[in-house]
Design a protein around this ligand. Structure first.
Ligand SMILES: Nc1nc2c(ncn2[C@@H]2O[C@H](COP(=O)(O)OP(=O)(O)O)[C@@H](O)[C@H]2O)c(=O)[nH]1
Ligand SMILES: [Mg+2]
Length: 279
């Protein structure tokens, strides 16, 4: 059922009681829309006429979405470089592979860089994806320098005349400043070879408001250009994409909906808002 159906049907049925309003507000908060946003919608709903509610809510929601471009950067005259960042377990490596799969379907030539050198298993995971998708993976040794892997990957991408360079990075947050310094260094060495065009922050949608708080922490330190919302197939709630865009100002560029390479799509914000508001 569309997230806002309850609100709309209550209003159409006459004046909601204060218990009704509370119940509606609670259901919005439970959908991960966020407490402030939910209160705003309730205030709006109390103000407008019943037959204008759908239109008013849709307009408000659309206004909360980021206005930054949602399409992936593309520089046909040179390599387009994408850095994939985020906390461990959010789905960085899987999303990097999914992005490769999507770009391959558009006949793009890609090089993958395994700049999460913290665990051997993380390197192998990306190499396995590279074999499966038939894309070269530049990797170093476990516990090696991620920046040097990123540099080698950029150099190979340039030498090969690749269209896209996608760099998977580490996400352990035990020391935040350590991770941010590492990401900064990865970025700087790549930029000795070619510009970094996208920094995509991967957020696990099932972590709800915590995921949003985590994203804000990242954004303070890294120049993020867009978001990948993963695990939208799981227990993620409908309001999360709206809440995170309003909170961060960043566009959700892609959503992940499973563990397979094809479980990935560009985020369609119009369809999303329609899905929330049309029963
Ligand atoms: N259901 C589901 N699982 C996902 C999705 N994206 C990633 N995963 C799973 O989440 C786990 C962590 O993913 P991984 O890419 O290794 O995360 P990383 O530590 O950020 O690199 C793996 O088991 C993935 O298969 C998604 O969109 N949906
Ligand atoms: Mg990983």
């Amino acid at each position: 059922m569309a997230l806002f159906s309850k609100l709309f049907s209550k209003l159409r049925g006459g004046s909601p009681s204060s218990a009704d309003w509370e119940e509606i507000e609670r259901s919005l908060i439970e959908s991960d829309l966020g407490a402030t946003n939910s209160a705003e919608i309730i205030a709006l709903a109390k103000k407008v006429k019943a037959d204008e509610i759908e239109q008013s809510v849709s307009e408000a929601l659309t206004g909360w979405l980021s206005r930054a471009p949602r399409s992936l950067a593309s520089h046909p005259e040179r390599i387009t470089t994408v850095l994939v960042v985020g906390v461990n377990g959010t789905g960085k490596t899987t999303s990097s592979a999914k992005l490769v799969s999507l770009l391959k379907s558009q006949n793009r030539k890609i090089v993958l860089g395994a700049a999460d050198t913290f665990r051997a298993a993380a390197i192998e995971q990306l190499q396995t994806w590279g074999e499966r998708l038939d894309v070269p993976v530049v990797a170093g040794v476990a516990n090696g320098d991620p920046a040097s892997v990123a540099f080698d990957a950029a150099t190979k991408a340039k030498g090969d005349g690749a269209d896209y360079l996608i760099i998977d990075t580490a996400g352990r947050l035990h020391t935040k400043s350590g991770l941010m310094d590492e990401l900064g260094k990865v970025r700087r060495v790549i930029e000795k070879v070619t510009p970094v065009d996208e920094v995509l922050l991967v957020v696990d949608a099932t972590t709800g408001q915590n995921g949003i708080a985590q994203a804000k922490t990242f954004i303070e330190s890294v120049a993020v250009t867009g978001l990948i919302l993963t695990k939208m197939d799981g227990s993620a709630k409908g309001g999360i994409a709206l809440a995170i865009e309003r909170e961060t100002g960043l566009p959700v560029k892609f959503v992940g909906t499973g563990e397979g390479a094809g479980d990935f799509a560009p985020f369609d914000s119009t369809a999303y808002v329609n899905g929330l508001t049309q029963s």
